[in-house]
Design a protein around this ligand. Structure first.
Ligand code: URA
Length: 234
């Protein structure tokens, strides 16, 4: 891809803006060599004003999502993009959340501009387990695990039953739930269907990938081994 387009697609400005950056000698290699339009360079070697470029197309990020942020670009409230560099909103293609977490759900959120990878992760066919921990308003009755694992549980206004899900009891009002699909408000609706109410919900892992020591509100890039771990259940 031409240098101007590559940089413009990362959200640094229009192609005209980027041509100006090049003209001003602000786009260089790591060693300070000034680049001009038409030059070829490795993404990792390109610098603007002495700073390395933003992540290349095809990158995957993980964000430790706090409560109160929606997975949307245009919500009147706070959105997850506010937790990423502002430029990311102007990338083409955009870095999009891999499946959504509700506004008040916390935990592991993946974002990528790689559409194929996104579909590979969220497709029920991929069978990638997602693990959540829920705090509930009422004590567990002991019957939930069998209902959730049945493979016949129907949620209101859905046409097909839920895939079997695994429930582990962590306390009187605390549970860990593993699901292998991602329907709208799925976990909140599952507990509502058995007469309970989810008070807090936290996503712990996606496949074999966990948040590790990433602080709430922080994000970082994943490397190839971490991306591969998504498809290897822990
Ligand atoms: N299930 C829910 O109900 N909410 C989420 O955010 C994720 C799964």
């Amino acid at each position: 891809m031409r240098l101007v387009r590559l940089i413009a697609n990362l959200g640094y400005g229009s192609q005209r803006d980027v041509k100006m950056l090049l003209k001003e000698g602000r786009v260089t290699l790591a060693d300070g060599t000034i680049l001009s339009d038409g030059d070829k360079a490795d993404h990792a070697d390109i610098h603007i004003d002495g700073e390395g470029l933003d992540p290349a197309q095809g990158s995957v990020l993980m964000l430790h999502k706090p409560a109160g942020y929606t997975c949307s670009t245009s919500d009147p409230g706070r959105v997850v993009y506010e937790l990423l560099p502002e430029r990311f909103e102007y990338r083409n293609p955009i870095i999009a959340p891999v499946g959504r977490l509700d506004r008040d759900t916390t935990g592991l959120l993946l974002l990528t501009d790689d559409g194929q990878l996104l579909h590979r992760i969220i497709s029920p066919k991929a069978d990638v387990p997602k693990v959540y921990e829920a705090e509930l308003a009422r004590p567990l009755t002991g019957e939930e695990a069998a209902v959730f694992a049945s493979g016949t549980m129907m949620l209101k206004s859905e046409k097909t039953p839920l895939l079997p899900a695994t429930l582990e009891v962590l306390g009187e009002r605390r549970a860990r739930l593993t699901i292998r699909e991602g329907r709208y408000h799925q976990i909140r609706r599952m507990f509502a269907a058995v007469g309970n109410h989810v008070e807090t919900l936290h996503r712990v892992s996606i496949g074999g990938l966990t948040l590790g020591d990433l602080e709430e509100g922080e994000w970082r890039l994943l490397d190839a081994t971490e991306i591969a771990s998504i498809f290897k259940a822990a």
